[in-house]
Design a protein. Structure first.
Length: 406
């Protein structure tokens, strides 16, 4: 270790790089302590030491104690003495510092925040939902813990609680989203291994398969539901009718905006950020459906087609659906409308690929990559055939007359 001198503020100030090369001036008071001067003129207090004992065979480490100008010489020398004492006792201060930084970054709340920024940078459509789920079902119960302390049991407990509350979809969502989040933590060095690696949901038994919820609504019940829609508060009845006619997802339909509907061409375009798979989806609107959409009440400064009170998003689902079930006398789920639509397309002889495109289901990777044909004419024809089938069953003369006029 050359250039050992009694470091002073004056000597540090006079220190300059040697012909464009960095220079280190070592302190004579504290062994391994010095000032490093970069070619740019930047100067740092450093400490050079050997970690873990073993004399000259031990690995040599260099740690920064602060930048000259931001840290006083006396303070940097005091810190060097403190670390020298720890090193003599077999402690590696640099490893401790790195671990402290890791723990700080790996605190669950900060890791979730960083994960949110990561998802946003990749334009992940469901970022809001994913982060909300992690904060509500993981961060909320576990608190600001180090992600290293999260084990499989702690996540399994949260999943079990959701299943006990009869929320199997939310339970599976948490299992999936938590596993992906913890994989990201591994890739970022915040976690050594994913505790959920290899964890799979139990396979369904035969009894569970045979008792699956959901069904395609038969003709007689479809007619009762359609008529029951006239007996509930607006706009819920017509909202359910559009679900039956178009077969789109409940939330995407509930948040339909007039600016996304081309009434002249009969096309509803669902923006990518609102769809489940993040892809823009065009839905053909047969005259029967257009007539229902056109008769919805318009609210000032509101773009929602099925607007609730004051033009805001429609709410009160927990009361609206039971009321409809009671009025029509048919027990059904909103998603049954989507099942009925898809089953009806098959019954009408619509090609499977066209039917799946109408539901905006993700196709196989190779097809998705190379086959970009939208098959729009076939989709329009299929939508019209299904609408005519529904119209024949429900015999809603008022809407049929409006459709004919349109």
């Amino acid at each position: 270790m050359q250039n050992r001198v009694n470091l002073t503020e004056e000597r540090i100030k006079a220190l300059k790089p040697d012909e464009g090369r960095e220079v280190v001036l070592w302190d004579s008071e504290v062994r391994g302590f010095g000032v490093r001067c970069w070619p740019s003129g930047r100067k740092l207090f450093i400490l050079l030491y050997r970690a873990g004992g073993g004399g000259r065979k031990a690995p040599q480490r260099r740690m920064t104690l602060g930048e000259v100008g931001s840290v006083r010489l006396a303070d940097a020398r005091t810190a060097a003495r403190k670390y020298a004492g720890q090193i003599a006792g077999g402690v590696d201060p640099q490893s401790q510092r790195k671990e402290a930084l890791r723990r700080d970054a790996a605190r669950l709340d900060r890791a979730v925040d960083a994960y949110e920024e990561h998802l946003k940078s990749r334009h992940v459509v469901n970022t809001v939902h994913i982060i909300s789920l992690l904060r509500r079902e993981l961060l909320g119960p576990l608190g600001k813990v180090d992600v290293q302390t999260i084990d499989r049991q702690s996540v399994a407990n949260q999943v079990a609680k959701l299943e006990e509350r009869r929320k199997p979809g939310a339970a599976q969502d948490l299992r999936s989203k938590a596993a992906t989040f913890l994989n990201w933590c591994v890739n970022r060095g915040l976690l050594h291994a994913n505790p959920l690696g290899g964890w799979r949901r139990d396979r369904k038994t035969r009894a569970q398969f045979t008792s699956r919820t959901g069904r395609a609504i038969p003709e007689a019940e479809l007619k009762l539901i359609w008529r029951g829609c006239s007996a509930v508060s607006a706009p819920y009845g017509d909202y359910v009718r559009i679900l039956l006619l178009l077969g789109q997802r409940r939330k995407e339909t509930a948040f339909m905006k007039r600016s996304d509907v081309d009434f002249a061409k009969g096309v509803w375009t669902i923006p990518g950020p609102q769809t489940k798979n993040g892809r823009e989806h065009r839905v053909p609107l047969p005259p029967f459906a257009l007539a229902i959409l056109q008769r919805q009440k318009k609210w000032a400064k509101s773009d929602y087609v099925f607007a609730g009170a004051g033009g805001k998003r429609m709410t009160g689902w927990s009361k609206r659906q039971p009321d409809l079930v009671k009025k029509c006398g048919v027990k059904f789920h909103l998603h049954d409308a989507r099942r009925s639509f898809r089953s009806g397309l098959s019954a009408a002889g619509v090609e499977e690929e066209v039917a799946e495109m109408m539901l905006n289901h993700t196709r196989e990777e190779l097809l998705e990559t190379y086959d970009r044909e939208p098959r729009w004419k076939e989709r329009v024809d299929a939508a019209q055939r299904w609408a005519q089938y529904v119209a024949r069953i429900v015999d809603d003369s008022a809407v049929i007359e409006l459709a004919a006029t349109a």
